[in-house]
Design a protein around this ligand. Structure first.
Ligand SMILES: Cc1cc2nc3c(=O)[nH]c(=O)nc-3n(C[C@H](O)[C@H](O)[C@H](O)COP(=O)(O)OP(=O)(O)OC[C@H]3O[C@@H](n4cnc5c(N)ncnc54)[C@H](O)[C@@H]3O)c2cc1C
Ligand code: FES
Ligand code: FES
Length: 493
């Protein structure tokens, strides 16, 4: 198939295949070898490029997905023979040793500084957490990013640091400020760089060598009508492409949902929050995107993977993948959310999230359906929090995660609770015995050794009986009390 996109400022047309990754297109077909390959599964960041201004792992983007978009590689950073300020700062701070990680580091930093021109050290560490330096020169790299940011602040840098603020890359706080949900800045709001009309809209719904790229819900409906069991849907691709790479999925055809704007809606209504399936974690985790009322949702989204994963991965893909270690499923379950499904006839149905998830990687999704979004009820006096344990601060799938939602009465006593754990069972796990000790307590008193012990006890018992692998069981038994303690501390704030 032919695709057309802006590469380093120039519009190009190339031929590619539906399974070909962006990294292969760049390195092998276009000879842009500055983009490096390391792990090939989204964990090292060596392959980072900018897609519509945001850092993404090019090993986890299909080449066909950049059709109509804008890609920047390290080769496109220097302008008129002058290094970008971040490149210069890397030289000045001796932040380059073997140099293998450097292009990815610089582009991750570029993306961070576009969103957050004056990051603190913690934000720099978080912004480059998806990039591994095997030479371990992290201190110099952090110093270089800080220097580039300072140069931009003082207006004295040699080159350009960031572009316009495009949204989510620095949005890893999860500290939503309580504003109303609105249209998030992010991929969807980025200029399509003048190539939006390169393809007649009606063509997008037609299969082209096994590739369909609907641009509207109506086109998606047409694509779903022709879908069979060998056709897969792709959103961010952060699960699917790993599975394709590892031989788990060999699709005959692919429907790319990432340009369907209706799937990216975020609407705060009187009685509920509507979250479109196509919203990325970066968009959901942006401060203020969903408001303090839905804090656990923002916090969980902002803790998924690295900035690169958050810029691509979507909440719909997370739910449809139905991984036992999913971060969003315990949160959606704790909020008692409904999953809204859309089919080839244009019809919609909704299911409570715990009826949608049938087991590990199993859902109630039918062949000709997709996830359209999530409906989360609003309840006055509701508080929520989310805690995750992983073996690497970022880019870690959860060893244990938990979401707690409590509803308070006018006297700030807990009226009802929903506590769901992830990664302990094939589906988010709720043990109502664990919630009983919290009910009736004033919020300020819902912590302390005895309360935590009572809440943790049913889960300890479950882990002891259901976790077959000894080291996994021992770890989880030791960790569970701490997770509960953290949850109960956080719910009070
Ligand atoms: C390095 C790395 C770190 C990660 N860290 C985390 C983490 O911390 N927490 C976490 O929860 N996950 C994590 N993940 C997993 C992954 O990023 C998430 O599950 C993500 O939400 C998947 O979304 P996606 O849009 O990329 O899905 P895709 O890969 O596009 O799709 C995943 C599956 O869902 C289906 N699908 C996608 N969209 C829809 C739709 N709208 N309707 C129906 N079916 C659909 C696809 O067909 C596919 O089967 C990580 C992955 C990687 C590679
Ligand atoms: S090669 Fe490691 S993240 Fe892409
Ligand atoms: S400089 Fe060698 S991998 Fe980072």
């Amino acid at each position: 198939m032919n695709i057309c996109f802006i590469l380093n400022g120039e519009r190009i047309n190339v031929k590619t295949g539906k399974d070909r990754r962006l990294i292969d297109l760049l390195r092998e077909d276009l000879n842009l070898t500055g983009t490096k390959e390391g792990c090939a599964i989204g964990e090292c960041g060596a392959c980072t490029v900018l897609l519509d201004g945001h850092a993404v792992n090019s090993c986890l983007v299909l080449a066909a997905q950049v059709d109509g978009h804008e890609v920047q590689t390290i080769e496109g950073l220097a302008k008129a023979g002058k290094l970008d300020a971040i490149q210069q700062a890397f030289i000045d701070c001796h932040a380059v040793q073997c140099g293998y990680c450097t292009p990815g580091m610089i582009l991750a930093a570029k993306s961070l500084l576009s969103a957050k021109p004056s990051p603190c050290e913690e934000e720099i560490r978080s912004g480059i957490a998806g990039n591994i330096c095997r030479c371990s020169g992290y201190e110099q790299i952090i110093a270089a990013v800080a220097r580039a940011a300072k140069g931009a602040d003082e207006g004295s840098s040699g080159g350009s640091v960031g572009g316009p603020n495009r949204g989510s890359d620095g949005g890893s706080s999860g500290e939503s400020s309580g504003g109303p949900a609105g249209k998030p800045a992010g991929r969807s709001s980025v200029s399509r760089a003048g190539v939006a009309d390169f393809r007649a809209k009606e063509e997008a719904g037609r299969p082209e060598e096994g590739w369909m790229k609907p641009a509207s819900l109506e086109q998606l409906r047409v694509c779903l009508a022709g879908k069979d069991k060998d056709t897969v849907l792709i959103s961010g691709g952060t699960d699917l492409i790993v599975s394709m790479r590892q031989g788990g999925t060999k699709p005959a055809a692919i429907i790319d949902l990432s340009d369907v704007m209706e799937l990216k809606e975020l609407k705060l209504m009187e009685d509920r929050l509507y979250v479109g399936a196509g919203l990325s974690f970066g968009e959901l985790g942006m401060p203020g995107a969903v408001g303090d009322e839905f804090r656990a949702l923002a916090v969980a989204a902002s803790q998924v993977g690295s900035a690169q994963i958050r810029n691509r991965g979507t909440i719909g893909g997370n739910a449809a993948n139905a991984s036992p270690a999913s971060d969003m499923l315990p949160v959606l379950a704790a909020f008692d959310a409904d999953v809204l499904l859309f089919d080839h006839l244009g019809q919609e149905r909704s299911l409570p999230v715990m009826e949608f998830i049938l087991g590990s990687n199993q859902t109630a999704l039918k062949d000709k359906e997709c996830v359209r979004g999530f409906s989360i009820p609003r309840v006055e006096g509701r508080k929520s929090c989310f805690v995750k344990l992983g073996n690497r601060r970022q880019v870690a799938t959860a060893q244990i995660s938990a979401a707690l939602v409590v509803d308070l009465g006018s006297d700030r006593r807990i009226i009802s609770t929903r506590l769901f754990f992830g990664a302990l069972a094939p589906r988010p796990l709720r043990l109502t015995d664990a919630e009983a000790p919290l009910r009736g307590l004033p919020l300020e008193e819902c912590s302390g050794f005895e309360v935590c012990r009572q809440v943790a006890a049913p889960y300890s018992d479950y882990i002891a009986r259901h976790t077959p692998v000894e080291f996994d069981r021992d770890y989880k038994l030791k960790a569970i009390y701490g997770v509960v303690e953290d949850l109960l501390e956080q719910i009070k704030t």
